[in-house]
Every structure is written in structure tokens, then in C-alpha cells.
Design a protein around this ligand. Structure first.
Ligand SMILES: Cc1cc2nc3c(=O)[nH]c(=O)nc-3n(C[C@H](O)[C@H](O)[C@H](O)COP(=O)(O)OP(=O)(O)OC[C@H]3O[C@@H](n4cnc5c(N)ncnc54)[C@H](O)[C@@H]3O)c2cc1C
Length: 283
């Protein structure tokens, strides 16, 4: 379908963009890869599109003592071509390989993905798994939102209508950290039917600690699986311990049934994918 008539603005500062957002029924556009299809289907009918493309400084990838700072306009392609991330954040580097197709990866952005909050998206899964901090600016000023407080349910976040995401911080990543990322999609690049992002550290006796496991595609949002994490923490990451954590993960999710897969199938995927992700981490 063609888009309904719409006005368009491309401000040059975040402040100007916020003013435009509050002026009428307006929507931010970043890469447009989710917004445009939604508008074409008339699921969103804003009066004004506020395109972020002329705002400078939101497309940087910075690594410092705090961790990995991703500007909201960083594209999937920027991540996959930044060799530093293979060591600075291997979980993110692996996850992004599964996002969409070449053309979409050239335009889609991390800020757009996090704001859109599709429950099957990879970037929000990494954000949830790693306890990311999402920096936003709105008419009330700047605030930082923890990932656990940001993703509320499918396509719902705690972002206010006048707020713009400017940065996503993934806390620093120790070199020795063990990680795994697994998803199942019918074709590479499709949205996942289910997926798991996971990591743990090893203590001096080789036991798992600080285990983080996040689910996507099999819940109403990306979130950590506390029961599965507890099942592994303090244990040697043996096949038995991993299997127990995987069973706990499956018991913790309440997946939807839809035209793509029934709930039981998705729950079975969560168990299998958790087992594989943790086994990869343990290797
Ligand atoms: C065929 C197809 C397949 C895809 N497959 C996948 C996939 O496998 N995995 C995956 O993760 N994604 C997938 N996507 C989605 C793609 O990655 C999108 O690019 C991404 O979800 C949204 O990013 P965007 O920059 O295009 O956002 P836009 O489409 O520009 O915006 C999306 C939403 O976020 C809001 N928004 C954008 N930027 C900001 C900001 N800085 N602050 C506040 N709100 C903002 C917009 O107002 C809009 O509501 C697919 C898309 C298509 C079309």
C-alpha cells in the first residue's frame, strides 16, 4: 500500500527533534525499516515524520572503561564491520549476524530496534542479557533506563512519546567471559521463532558465576531468565548442569502461539537453544 499523506522534517539537533515531536502527532524515523512497513499497513498514521538523519554524533561506536557505547543511529552494518567488537563484545557481534538481510542491515539502527521492541529482535535480546542502559532525552531532560525497565511487552517500552534514544551502553565485557548466542529462524535473516543470548564468568574453581540468560522470540518481550541463571550459578558447567538450566529456562517462558509456531514448539526451542548456547559458552 502507498503511504497516507504525511509531512516530513529532518532537524539537525536532538532539541529541535524533540520540539517537533511535541508539535503534533509525530513519529521519529531512524532507518525506517520498521516504521515504513508499519505505516504502509496503516498501523501507524502519524502526521509528521521526524527523520534523525541530519543529527550528527549519534552514529558513533565508542569503547571505554564503562563499556560499549552505541549511538542510536549506529547501523547493523557498522557493527558487523567494526573489527574491535569481535573482542570488545563478541556476543553482540554474533547476534547482529542474524539480523535481517543485507539491504536492511545497511539502514536499520540500534536505536530504532530498541525503540520498536519487536519481541523477536536480536538487539533488545543483547540489551536485556547484558543489562544495557538506554540513554534518552525528552522535554523533561535526559534519563537513563535499565533494559529490564525499558522493554514492557510486545512493541511497548517505557519511552515517553517526546523522548528520543541517543545511546545504548553495554557494560564492559571481561576478556575471559564465556558466552553463547543461538536462535532458530526458518531462513537466515528472518525473525527468530525463539532465541537465547547467554553468558557467564568462571570463578577460580571453574564454576559458573554471574550467569545472564535472556530469551527472545518466545515471550512478549526480551528478558532474563532468573530461574535458569540460578540453576547454573555456582555449578561446574557440565552437560548435566547445562541440561538442568535449559529445563529451567523452558519452564520459565510462556510463549505465544501464532501462525509461525505453537507455544509448545517454542518452549521446546527455548530448552534446546539454552542448552546449545550454554554448551558453546562452556567450550
Ligand atoms: C524484511 C525485514 C526483516 C527484518 N528482520 C529482522 C531481524 O531478523 N531481526 C531484527 O532485529 N530486525 C529485523 N528487521 C527490523 C530491522 O532491523 C529494523 O531496522 C529495526 O527493527 C528498526 O530500526 P530502524 O532504524 O529501521 O527504525 P525505524 O523503522 O526508523 O523506527 C522504528 C521505530 O522506532 C522509533 N525510533 C527510531 N529511532 C528512535 C530513536 N532514536 N529514539 C526513539 N524512537 C526511535 C520510530 O519512531 C519507530 O516507532 C527486519 C525488517 C525487515 C523490513
Amino acid at each position: 500500500m502507498k503511504l497516507s499523506p504525511i509531512r516530513y522534517a529532518a532537524p539537525t539537533t536532538v532539541e529541535e527533534a524533540i520540539t517537533l515531536l511535541t508539535s503534533c502527532d509525530a513519529k521519529i524515523m531512524s532507518g525506517g525499516q520498521s516504521l515504513m512497513p508499519i505505516m504502509a499497513f496503516r498501523l501507524a498514521t502519524p502526521e509528521l515524520i521526524v527523520d534523525l538523519k541530519k543529527i550528527q554524533g549519534l552514529d558513533k561506536i565508542v569503547i571505554d572503561d564503562e563499556g560499549l557505547h552505541l549511538g542510536a543511529k549506529v547501523k547493523w552494518h557498522d557493527i558487523e564491520t567494526d573489527q574491535r567488537l569481535e573482542t570488545a563484545h563478541p556476543l553482540l557481534a554474533e547476534a547482529i549476524k542474524h539480523v535481517a538481510h543485507y539491504q536492511i542491515r545497511n539502514r536499520g539502527t540500534v536505536g530504532g530496534s530498541v525503540a520498536h521492541a519487536d519481541p523477536a529482535s536480536e538487539m533488545p535480546a543483547v540489551a536485556a542479557c547484558c543489562d544495557a542502559v538506554i540513554s534518552v532525552i525528552g522535554t523533561q531532560g535526559a534519563r537513563k533506563i535499565k533494559a529490564a525497565d525499558f522493554f514492557l511487552s510486545a512493541l511497548q517500552t517505557s519511552l515517553e512519546p517526546d523522548e528520543i534514544i541517543v545511546e545504548i551502553l553495554l557494560p564492559s565485557w571481561p576478556a575471559a567471559r564465556r558466552w553463547g548466542f543461538q536462535e532458530f529462524a526458518r531462513r537466515r535473516g528472518d525473525f527468530a521463532l525463539a532465541g537465547i543470548a547467554a553468558y557467564f564468568d568462571l570463578d577460580s574453581e571453574g564454576r559458573a558465576s554471574n550467569t545472564h540468560i535472556a530469551v527472545f522470540g518466545a515471550s512478549d518481550r526480551q528478558h532474563r531468565l532468573g530461574g535458569a541463571e540460578t540453576a547454573l550459578n555456582g555449578k561446574l558447567p557440565t552437560a548435566d548442569a547445562i541440561a538442568a538450566a535449559a529445563r529451567a529456562a523452558a519452564a520459565e517462558v510462556d510463549p505465544p502461539s501464532d501462525i509461525h509456531a505453537p507455544a509448545d514448539y517454542r518452549r521446546a526451542l527455548v530448552e534446546t537453544l539454552t542448552g546449545r548456547a550454554l554448551a558453546h559458552a562452556a567450550q
